[in-house]
Design a protein around this ligand. Structure first.
Ligand SMILES: [Zn+2]
Ligand SMILES: [Zn+2]
Length: 445
């Protein structure tokens, strides 16, 4: 496999890129190959800010403001959303390059600050319309609802990205491909995503005059709300001016209750990612006549026959302000267990994504299988599903095999304790899993 050169960002750039504070000078590149993988290199900065938010949040309110189940769910969705890049270049970039190669009308200079700023505004406006469409068209909402499924609002919520969403976003950036080189676009599409990380927090209240121009924590809290005044509002990425211009802006007023209007009450990744599609299919078949069927697909998620295109705001469940997020009880020991295994998973995942170019195809395949199996099994455990033990046992045995055959390595000092921990885990789940199967057969009889 070909060795890909990685352009590394400095620590200062790493921090600044999260706030879109990188100058044109340091982020203009002649070719696509030179453009750093900003998002892939952002992990340590994400972790740093998440820890900072945890500490400050705790100091401020005297209690942790995150829940382990919700937190892990968000990180799992973030991991899943970046797995397709193991096998393909992002659709956003591929489509962009295709249009640039075949249909460009003008070649703006890649090293001009004017081009850089045009791309900055162009990508942000493209994002606004993309984001508005995924909220206003039911079949696209099926993917985007993942991001809104958390009933909490903290930095981890930002990472809860949908894996299917990239199949709709690419269209909205194509007009830029007529004049702006791909190497400039590739920078801004990453900055746009990165900026939206820090605004997912309740700790920043009001930023004064900046609230006029920028998308801020306050504006984006409204976007994540299920109160009537929050629905279909504040779609902006970096700038809020688009919402002000196109009539979708709402300032924060009443206490925001976060999440979907109909919470899904699960922490299991496959359900969160894909449950909306069968639901849509069912509504499609149940609708009378072709016009209603098409409306189910292409009008807003809240639409029902006889209602306006985006539905009637009076139809959504009432908000009392006393809503409690879904938080099923589970033992502290199990919480520690899941967190430890999740940390192991994060290590393997990070290694896979940063070094996939130098790994053998077999390694990539096995590590990906382990990642997917882990996302499934840990979700089943948190959700306390009937067959969780069996999946968890399989996962632990696979992990042991990966260690044994050298597909996964850890820091020398930790290698032995980790292997012992995984072995004990596998041994623990084996009889549990047999028991669960026996109980299942008993129930069926
Ligand atoms: Zn949204
Ligand atoms: Zn968000």
């Amino acid at each position: 496999m070909e060795r890909v050169e990685v352009t590394n960002v400095t620590v200062s750039q790493g921090v600044r890129m999260l706030f879109s504070l990188i100058t044109p000078n340091e982020s203009s590149f002649a070719t696509l190959e030179e453009v750093p993988e900003y998002v892939n290199q952002a992990t340590p900065y994400f972790v740093g800010l998440i820890l900072l938010e945890m500490v400050l949040g705790w100091l401020k309110t005297d209690r942790p403001h995150i829940k382990i189940n919700d937190f892990i769910m968000s990180l799992q969705a973030g991991m899943m959303s970046r797995l397709p890049q193991l096998v393909m270049r992002s659709l956003e970039l591929s489509a962009y390059i295709y249009v640039w190669n075949n249909f460009r009308m003008l070649e703006l200079p890649w090293d001009s600050a004017w081009t850089w700023w045009l791309a900055f505004f162009g990508v942000d406006m493209g994002y606004y319309w993309f984001h508005r469409f995924v909220h206003e068209i039911n079949v696209l909402w099926a993917a985007h609802q993942v991001h809104h499924s958390s009933e909490y609002y903290n930095l981890s919520t930002a990472l809860r990205q949908s894996v299917a969403q990239q199949f709709s976003s690419w269209v909205f950036y194509l007009p830029l491909a007529l004049v702006v080189p791909p190497s400039v676009f590739a920078v801004h599409v990453q900055f746009n995503l990165l900026y939206q990380f820090w605004i997912h927090t309740e700790l920043v209240k009001d930023l004064g005059p900046l609230e006029w121009i920028l998308n801020t924590p306050s504006h984006h809290r409204v976007h994540h709300g299920r109160n009537p005044y929050c629905i279909d509002k504040n779609y902006g990425g970096i700038l809020i001016i688009w919402d002000r211009m196109f009539g979708t802006f709402a300032p924060e007023s009443d206490k925001v209750i976060y999440g979907l209007t109909h919470p899904i009450n699960t922490f299991e990744i496959w359900t969160v990612e894909f449950r909306y599609y069968p639901y849509l299919w069912q509504r499609f078949w149940e609708a009378d006549g072709i016009s209603n069927k098409l409306s189910v697909i292409f009008k807003g998620p809240g639409w029902t026959p006889g209602k306006p295109r985006l539905g009637d705001i009076a139809d959504i469940p009432e908000i009392t302000g006393e809503e409690k997020p879904y938080d099923p009880a589970w033992s502290p020991v199990m919480q520690v267990y899941v967190v430890l295994h999740f940390l192991l998973l994060l290590g393997v995942y990070e290694n896979l994504l940063t070094n996939q170019a130098i790994f053998s195809e077999m390694s990539v395949l096995l590590m990906t299988t382990y990642v997917l199996l882990s996302l499934t099994a840990l979700g089943f455990l948190i959700d306390q599903r009937a067959n969780a033990a069996m999946w968890e046992m399989l996962r632990c045995f696979l992990l042991m095999a990966l260690y044994r055959f050298g597909y996964i390595r850890h820091l020398e000092l930790l290698a032995l304790p980790i292997e012992v921990f995984v072995l004990i885990s596998a041994i623990y789940w084996t009889p549990q899993s047999v028991n669960q199967q026996i109980n299942k057969v008993k129930k069926q009889n």
